[in-house]
Ligand binder design. Structure first.
Ligand code: GLN
Length: 497
């Protein structure tokens, strides 16, 4: 049961083989047994989890089941929740309690989900290893000496070690897909604008998007269906977005069993020197399997791929420097002791509250936006962004979908890259272009290298999550990687039985 998919748990609930309270208790037991080792959750309120589960059982008995009735979902610490703290794993937001729920949290509640707690992450979602969290690092359940990826590392670990069957993450440059890949689970970043960003602590507003982290593709579709949709409180959330609408539409695309007639673009720029040879073997084997399912593999080129990381590390820090200026110690967040004057309060509070990676981004962004440098950096990066978008538009004239590795390497050792920001930034070399172009992307497990999970990334045209989920479902139906579980954490109720 603990490693069950969301849809399997749903089936058992619908057949009255279990209750939401029993399900919640099972995961709470596992959290109690394993979270000290993994540090996937930074906040858990067991009584509140059980109260939600009880309310869900009652709702089911009285009115029938809603789309996610009684299903546990963990929440990255970046989503505002009225209950419990919302800290973005930063000391500047230590003990901050949000006055309202993020739009997607409201949607999950309306669908009957049981929110399990807040998961660990890189501070303000800046990082690829979860090591910049102010609340301690988080360990990969496949090898606890390794990072889980980031920034949604806690959500990934919680799902991979079955401390929850599913979680929400956010993805600005790869933070759902890269940790999903490194922990052997499925992660979906929807098309920019499909999901409201209201109440999600802003990192880079033109790139941020929330999405599911799950055991299976169908589970990802279930959650996306629940959280997608227009919100008048977020001007960038799109009204009348094309693609699947109802929960049933979203689930129907997951019935795809083959890839007949599907043209899969394989960009040569994603299979270059520097990628781990064993990762390459696994991804190429997965592509062969897609061919066997009826797909045609087409060599394509995305010529500006090598510019994506550079453009991202101008655009994302620029937007971050603006977004993070709100932490002024006046309205909310940490305030230093005994400030001498207003300026001292601003500077000392921010110095004490932000970690070094966040400071690095604020400095880079403020510099890139400063007068005299704007044209050379920010404007130039936006031009490159347009070129990258154009590359994808051209590619999608001849293919239905693109397949790539999610990450050039498997999970690396804790501490290995913390002193070298540039190498760390390269972790997202295969995921960043998708955010710059606003496209949907999905990572799913496709094998192991060095005894660690390898991820396959699917990229579809804007609003074509149906194509993405269809391809990923067909691949999943003939592969068993998603069923693998990390042995050290596979005792049913957390080790005590
Ligand atoms: N690792 C990238 C960064 O540090 C992406 C983070 C994210 O997607 N939130 O900015």
């Amino acid at each position: 049961m603990p490693f069950s998919s969301l849809s399997h748990i749903q089936e058992r609930l619908n057949n009255a083989e279990t209750t939401a309270v029993e399900v919640a208790q099972l995961y709470l037991n596992r959290i109690a047994a394993y979270n000290d080792t993994l540090n996937a959750f930074v906040h858990i309120d067991s009584a509140h989890v059980l109260a939600q589960a009880e309310a869900s059982d009652k709702y089911r008995a009285e009115h029938g089941a809603r789309a996610l009735e009684g299903l546990p979902i963990a929440i990255k610490d970046i989503f505002c929740t009225q209950h419990g703290p919302t800290q973005c794993c930063s000391n500047i937001l230590k003990d901050f309690h949000a006055p309202y729920d993020a739009h997607v949290i409201t949607k999950l509640k309306e669908a009957g989900a049981v929110l399990v707690g807040k998961t660990n992450m890189d501070e303000f979602a800046m990082g690829s290893s979860n090591e910049t969290s102010a609340f301690g690092l988080c360990r990969n359940p496949w090898n606890t000496d390794c990072i889980p990826g980031g920034s949604s590392g806690g959500s990934a670990v919680a799902v991979a070690a079955a401390l929850t069957p599913a979680a929400l993450g956010t993805d600005t440059g790869g933070s759902i897909r890269q940790p999903a890949s490194l922990t052997g689970i499925t992660g979906l970043k929807p098309t920019y604008g499909r999901v409201s960003r209201r109440g999600i602590i802003a990192f880079a507003s033109s790139l941020d998007q929330a999405g599911p982290m799950t055991r299976t593709v169908k589970d990802a579709a279930m959650i996306t269906a629940a959280i997608a949709g227009h919100d008048s409180g977020d001007a960038t959330s799109v009204a009348d977005a094309p693609g699947p609408q109802s929960q049933a539409d979203w689930l129907a695309v997951c019935d795809q069993k083959d890839m007949k007639g599907m043209r899969i673009g394989v960009p040569k720029e994603y299979f270059v020197e520097g990628m781990d040879a064993d990762v390459r073997v696994q991804v190429e084997a997965a592509l062969k399997q897609c061919e066997a399912l009826g797909a045609e593999l087409v060599d394509i080129s995305l010529p500006n791929t090598n510019l994506a990381v550079a453009a991202y590390y101008v655009i994302a820090p620029s937007e971050a420097s603006a977004n993070l200026s709100r932490y002024d110690a006046v309205r909310f967040g940490h305030r230093c002791d005994n400030p001498e004057d207003l300026l001292d309060m601003y500077t000392r509070s921010r110095d004490e509250g932000f970690g070094s990676e966040v400071k690095r981004r604020i400095l880079t962004g403020a510099f890139a936006l400063s007068s005299g440098y704007y044209d050379a950096y920010y404007l130039k990066a936006q031009q490159v962004r347009t070129m990258i978008q154009q590359d994808f538009l051209t590619a999608f004239e001849s293919v239905d979908i693109i397949a790539t590795p999610t990450s050039p390497i498997t999970a690396f050792k804790l501490g290995e890259k913390t002193d070298d920001p540039l190498t760390m930034y390269l972790s997202d070399i295969y995921t960043i272009a998708v955010n710059l172009a606003g496209l949907p992307g999905l990572s799913q497990p496709c094998g192991f290298a060095h005894d660690l999970p390898v991820g396959l990334q699917w990229i579809a045209p804007a609003w074509r999550e149906d194509v993405l989920l269809g391809a990923a479902s067909a691949y999943e139906a003939t592969s068993h990687w998603y069923n693998k579980t990390p042995q050290a954490f596979d005792q049913p109720s957390g080790g005590e039985t």
